[in-house]
Design a binder for this molecule. Structure first.
Ligand code: SAH
Length: 357
């Protein structure tokens, strides 16, 4: 539901409980309306000054059934509101729509303009913890639903997420499903889009900046570099790779391709051993970049031969990069610039100390 009208100065009455009315109020306020809001029939009866001829009456949250509606009857009558939709008399077909939004690797600055606009216009945002969720309250007035964790700390299963998306859209909401990185890179965005299509709900995809490129970049590692690497392969390390896959990757890596592994921390020892068995040299550089573009970002630089020991304390979320490009780590990154500045400052200090006054 979107209000793009200019209601500057026009009287608008919103009827409904505070939680239900939050979205509507924010929208009409933005449109410049002179708002009156009644949370309950009692509040309406107690009001002293009522706008006599509102330009618009928005009734929200009356889906509680007939008994609840009946309480509002005198108010609705006064404003001659006709045909309040009820859940037991749904309008034909779905009215809401869904936008699958890629939120990038977790920093607000890496949201796209389209992502920011979609969030601003949303009624409901279903998010998980890889997206920039901490800033959501500043970016949208939508109802926020954390599908990354259930109260018992388990992830909400994918079928349940699909069901929630469809349910909110069927109720008429403009739903944003905010995902980390790009929705179509290991994000199960395809399944969510398919679930919407199956339910006949219009769905749009807003591409995001994928961690597979942006997280190596946060450590100053370009995934391709002229004369160093002319290809990069993004692999999921969620399940242990087969010997065939190890051989294939080792071939790509040895021929100068970069290997980027997402969700690979738990299986890193298995991967490193598999690549070595398949002939990748033990001196091949390997980096693990944890929490890229987020507070606490950390880069561990090592090589294939001792990756297990050197990365034993690395934790998710992290991106593993294997290839010669890792030797370029630090190019253009803030960490590298800071290191350089510290080095410069130290040499000035030494000069100053050595200069007789
Ligand atoms: N669709 C996402 C990937 C989802 S799979 C994208 O395009 O980026 C989840 C994996 O992405 C994590 O296990 C981790 O490997 C990686 N990841 C996402 N955000 C990250 C971040 N800020 N820092 C490090 N790794 C990240």
């Amino acid at each position: 539901m979107q209000v793009s009208l200019n209601l500057e100065g026009l009287p608008v009455v919103v009827l409904g409980a505070a939680d239900d009315a939050r979205q509507a109020l924010a929208r009409y306020r933005r449109a410049g309306a002179a708002l009156a809001h009644f949370e309950s029939p009692a509040a309406y009866r107690a009001a002293v000054a009522l706008p006599s001829r509102p330009a618009l009456v928005a009734v929200v949250g009356l889906q509680g059934g007939r008994a609840h509606d009946a309480e509002w009857a005198p108010v609705l009558e006064r404003y001659r509101v006709l045909g309040v939709p009820r859940v037991d008399e749904p309008a034909a077909g779905p009215r809401g729509h869904v936008t699958l939004v890629g939120g990038g690797p977790g920093s607000r600055g890496l949201l796209t303009v389209d992502a920011v606009e979609a969030l601003r216009d949303a009624d409901v945002v279903l998010f998980d913890r890889l997206a920039p969720w901490r800033e959501l309250a500043e970016l949208t007035t939508a109802q926020l639903v954390d599908v990354g964790k259930l109260p018992g700390h388990h992830k909400v299963p994918q079928v349940e997420i699909n069901r929630l998306i469809v349910e909110h859209a069927r109720a008429g909401a403009n739903v944003v499903r905010l995902k980390g990185g790009d929705p179509f890179v290991f994000g199960r965005g395809g399944e969510e889009a398919a679930a919407c299509a199956e339910a006949g709900i219009p769905v749009r995809v807003v591409s995001g900046i994928s961690s597979s490129i942006a997280v190596p970049a946060a450590a100053g590692i370009p995934v391709t570099h002229r004369n160093v690497s002319h290809a990069f392969t993004v692999v999921s390390g969620h399940a242990p790779l087969t010997d065939d896959e190890h051989r294939h990757l080792a071939g790509l890596g040895t021929a100068g391709g970069t290997i980027v592994v997402l969700m690979g921390i738990a299986n890193l020892p298995h991967l490193a051993a598999g690549l070595r068995r398949s002939g990748m040299p033990a001196t091949m550089p390997l980096a693990v970049v944890e929490r890229g573009h987020q507070a606490g970002q950390k880069t561990t630089l090592t090589e294939l031969g001792r990756a297990e020991a050197d990365t034993a304390r690395c934790a998710n979320p992290a991106v593993i990069v294997i290839g010669e490009v890792v030797r370029l780590a630090g190019i253009g990154s803030r960490a590298a610039a800071e290191d350089e500045l510290r080095g410069l400052a130290a040499s000035f200090m030494m000069e100053a100390e050595g200069t007789p006054t």
